[in-house]
Design a binder for this molecule. Structure first.
Ligand code: AMP
Length: 415
């Protein structure tokens, strides 16, 4: 009996992987233009890296980690996100000692033991960027601009970022007090999880997905009314910069993000193209995290986007990322077959995209395959044509057939 893949983990191939690759290539180009360099960290980290950063009260740490003991009895976890790992690496390699900013981006699989839904997997991919060393709102704007322009380059047009400020650990107690009082007045309307959250981390209540909790939140105290002076200035300046750069945004006072480490700016981008599972990406500022993980007191800003979801949105809006090779070379007869590999090799070297029919024999079968896979032109090479240095070019959409000289095939294909 054959085994399926592990639940929630899937194989990537065909048109979906074509989109993944297009996104990756665009990302690598777009981010290096901004001076970001790639970083690759291990998939496995010691569990405490996530407990100390993502936070004990988060759903990720509470319910969703692939956490196990290795053969040496150490608790390790398959990364549920990558900011913690990147920060761990920055600290370990002492990259944050000087005052120079450090700019990094990453791509890779993440793992969360989540309940299955459309667009939600247990192994999924993220692309992210982290910028260390600068606390200014201009740094937030630079990162958001890079993200915005990257998504525009991929062809996404309806981009409206949701933004909020969650203040600092110093300014938050005043909000917590007001919010707890609000909660107590209507506590019967909130779910069991929210009753736990109000003690552990009240901000999390704002993030609850249960509809009755969202309804009970109507008229809640708004965190931006409780910001300290510095956070308020930061937030106002960021909004000015986004306006100046024509990056569309709206303020969302319930936006808090699922992780514990955010300070000041938090943001998300939702897509209406994916139904209920609509969060495409999220991020924000995390000025305290590096210190919390044993490093120097260095401010930072970053975000992560879901590659699986972005690929699905782009496929829905734009169809296939990459059609099959536009040409198929079909050798008929022994002499033609013998020459076909050499001819195709010359055309490949010239940069042409040509698939070679290696089955031999039946033209009809080859043309049927070509029609099914979206080939535009079939190059039919018979022994007779070969002797004269010619090939028959059949345009599959129109049925029109021409005769091309073999030496002009590369220029014709490129045209
Ligand atoms: P988060 O780290 O939870 O803020 O997630 C950032 C982005 O990763 C989300 O906006 C999603 O696009 C994507 N993402 C998170 N969890 C999953 C999942 N289980 N399956 C697919 N994509 C996910």
């Amino acid at each position: 009996m054959s085994s399926p893949s592990v639940k929630g983990m899937r194989d990537l191939f065909g048109p979906e992987l074509d989109w993944f690759q297009r996104i990756e290539h665009t990302a690598a180009r777009a981010f290096s233009r901004h001076g970001y360099r790639e970083i690759r960290t291990p998939i496995l980290e010691y569990t405490e890296v996530f407990k100390r950063s993502v936070g004990d009260s988060s759903d990720i740490v509470n319910k969703e980690m692939y956490e196990f003991l290795d053969k040496g009895n150490r608790s390790v976890t398959m990364r549920p996100e990558n900011t913690a790992g990147v920060v761990r690496a920055m600290v370990e390699h002492k990259l944050l000692g000087s005052s120079d900013p450090q700019l990094f981006w990453y791509i890779g699989p993440m793992f969360r033991y989540e309940r299955m839904q459309a667009g939600r997997y247990r192994q999924f991919w993220q692309i992210g960027a982290e910028s260390f060393g600068v606390a200014s709102p201009e740094s937030d704007a630079e990162s958001l601009l890079m993200l915005h322009d990257f998504l525009r380059e991929l062809g996404l047009k309806q981009l409206v970022f949701s933004i909020n400020s969650v203040g600092t650990p110093e300014s938050r107690p005043a909000f917590h007090a007001a919010f707890r009082a609000f909660f107590q007045e209507r506590e019967a309307s909130f779910c069991g999880d929210c009753h736990r959250r109000i003690h552990e981390n009240p901000l999390r209540v704002l993030d609850c997905k249960v509809p009755s909790c969202q309804a009970a939140l109507e008229g809640h105290p708004v965190i931006t009314d409780f910001l300290d002076e510095g956070s308020k200035r930061h937030h106002d300046r960021l909004k000015e910069l986004l306006t100046q750069l024509a990056i569309p945004f709206e303020e969302n006072p319930r936006l808090v993000r699922g992780l514990d480490y955010y300070t000041r700016t938090a943001f998300e981008l939702l897509s209406s193209d994916l139904g209920a599972q609509s969060a495409l990406l999220g991020g924000g500022r995390y000025d305290g995290l590096v210190k919390q993980l044993g490093g120097p007191d260095v401010p930072a800003f970053g975000w992560a986007l879901g590659l699986d979801r972005l690929a699905a949105v782009l496929a829905k809006l734009q169809g296939e990322a990459k059609p099959a090779a536009p040409a198929l070379l079909v050798p008929l007869g022994e002499a033609a077959m013998a020459r076909a590999l050499e001819l195709a090799r010359d055309w490949w070297a010239a940069g042409c995209e040509v698939q070679l029919e290696t089955r031999g024999g039946a033209l009809k079968k080859a043309l049927q395959t070509a029609n099914r896979t979206g080939v535009k032109v079939a190059l039919i090479l018979g022994d007779g044509e070969l002797e004269q240095g010619l090939v028959a070019a059949k345009h599959l959409e129109t049925g029109v057939q021409e005769t091309w000289r073999l030496d002009e095939v590369p220029s014709r294909l490129k045209a």
